[in-house]
Design a protein around this ligand. Structure first.
Ligand code: V47
Length: 397
């Protein structure tokens, strides 16, 4: 049970403890108190209480492969170290790249052969590639790997496709065409922080929160599930993080209500499956002078995300950004999902890492989870449990 009032280091948390124990929704002001408290152990216990109420000691991971098809981007977001401007003379100069459809399909096929159940595909907003490229990408993967779940394209990419498609298409038309071609769900990227001040300072040219929510609303109405993210630890304040989380919570209320009112079936409205708080990595970005979040800020933010988002089932620590060690600790701080094996990741690289190979094996993930006192559960992209034999000699206890 959550700490009794007299045991609290910070007595101002007592009403919050009571609300969490009673399963009541927390307010912005209560979230601020959690950001301010020095009693981080009570914060962790509260987040863990909610996590265990939902998932017991299970901790989820999947066998996936991230594919970042291009780093050319028309935007210049200050937090991003990934983008490259498209060269005047065309692709190929410098360290910009774009993958051909054949390369992407081959990569997906190799991942599926190695046991992946999901490809997570995102890239920059390429100035030249036509909408047919993205349709061909999904079609090619779907034909070659009928079982592989295609989680692809952030809301920002979807808006970009609606603009470049000829004739122009609505968000709903883009999503329907992609689904027809094989798309299964949307990742949560591109959300950053829903706030005009932060938007104008750090990612001004990017479409704002209205578009991000439009895409996820239309996706949910069409029955396409998605995730949500929050990029924290740069120029935003705790109050702005909380506004962001509350906007996600309100969106999810709407999606869940639409879902509850609809009949069951494959086109039933969908909702957010998980929220992924992304820990800002300053290296190589125009905000490289900032320190980035500390370990405690990571833990605090993950725990508060769990506590504020009472209607989103899963909270993911993306170990690429939080690091495997912090993500492991976070499993007792509200987190129940570890993302997956990843393999290659281009969007962020830690200092000193010259390579984009960033992989954890299934054995390593399962061991990290077990060491945290949790039960490792492989899941598919919709959080259904998968049971396959663990390789002999692997993981152990
Ligand atoms: O949209 C960019 C962020 C996102 C940096 O849905 C950065 O399951 C930290 O959205 N430091 C892409 N973050 C990653 C993403 C994601 C990852 C894992 C799982 C899921 C999911 C989604 O990464 C971008 C942007 O918000 N990002 N630069 C940086 N320097």
């Amino acid at each position: 049970m959550v700490t009794a009032r007299q045991e609290l280091l910070d007595q101002s948390l007592a009403p919050i403890c009571e609300k969490v124990a009673a399963g009541q929704r927390l307010t912005h002001a209560e979230g601020l108190r959690l950001f301010a408290t020095r009693d981080i152990f009570t914060l962790g216990r509260l987040a863990n209480l909610v996590r265990e109420r939902l998932h017991g000691r299970k901790a989820f991971y999947n066998v996936n492969r991230h594919i970042n098809y291009t780093n050319y981007c028309v935007l210049r977001c200050k937090f991003c170290s990934f983008y490259r401007s498209y060269p005047r003379g065309g692709a190929g100069a410098g360290d910009g790249y774009e993958m051909s459809i054949e390369e992407i399909v081959e990569t997906a096929a190799r991942a599926a052969e190695a046991g992946a159940t999901e490809v997570h595909i995102v890239g920059g907003l390429h100035p030249r590639l036509p909408f047919s490229y993205y349709l061909d990408m999904c079609r090619g993967i779907r034909e070659r790997c009928p079982e592989l779940h295609i989680k692809a394209f952030t809301a920002i990419e979807i808006v970009h496709f609606a603009r470049i498609a000829r004739p122009r298409r609505s968000i709903a038309e883009v999503l329907c065409a992609l689904r027809e071609a094989g798309l299964d769900s949307l990742p949560g990227g591109g959300a950053e922080i829903f706030d005009d001040r932060v938007h104008d300072e750090a990612f001004q040219a990017k479409v704002g929160e209205r578009h991000w929510f439009d895409v996820h609303r239309v996706a949910h109405d069409l029955g396409i599930p998605s995730n949500a993210t929050m990029l924290y630890g740069h120029i935003e304040t705790p109050a702005e993080r909380l506004n962001h989380l509350i906007k996600l919570r309100e969106h999810q209320d709407r999606s869940l209500a639409a879902r509850a009112a609809a009949d069951a079936g494959p086109r039933r409205p969908a909702a957010f499956n998980c929220c992924v708080p992304l820990s800002f990595i300053p290296e190589g970005s125009a905000l490289g002078h900032l320190p980035g979040p500390s370990g405690l800020d990571d833990l605090r933010t993950l725990a508060i995300t769990r506590l504020m988002l009472d209607n989103i089932p899963h909270i993911k620590a993306f170990w690429i950004m939080q690091t495997p060690k912090l993500a492991q600790v976070a499993l007792n701080w509200g987190v129940d999902d570890f993302d997956g094996t990843v393999v290659w990741y281009d969007i962020t690289r830690r200092e000193g890492r010259g390579t984009n190979r960033q992989e954890l094996s299934v054995d390593q993930i399962r061991r990290l989870i077990r060491e945290a006192g949790c039960v490792p559960i492989e899941r598919d992209s919709l959080y259904r449990e998968l049971h396959r034999p663990v390789a002999a000699g692997g993981e152990g206890g």
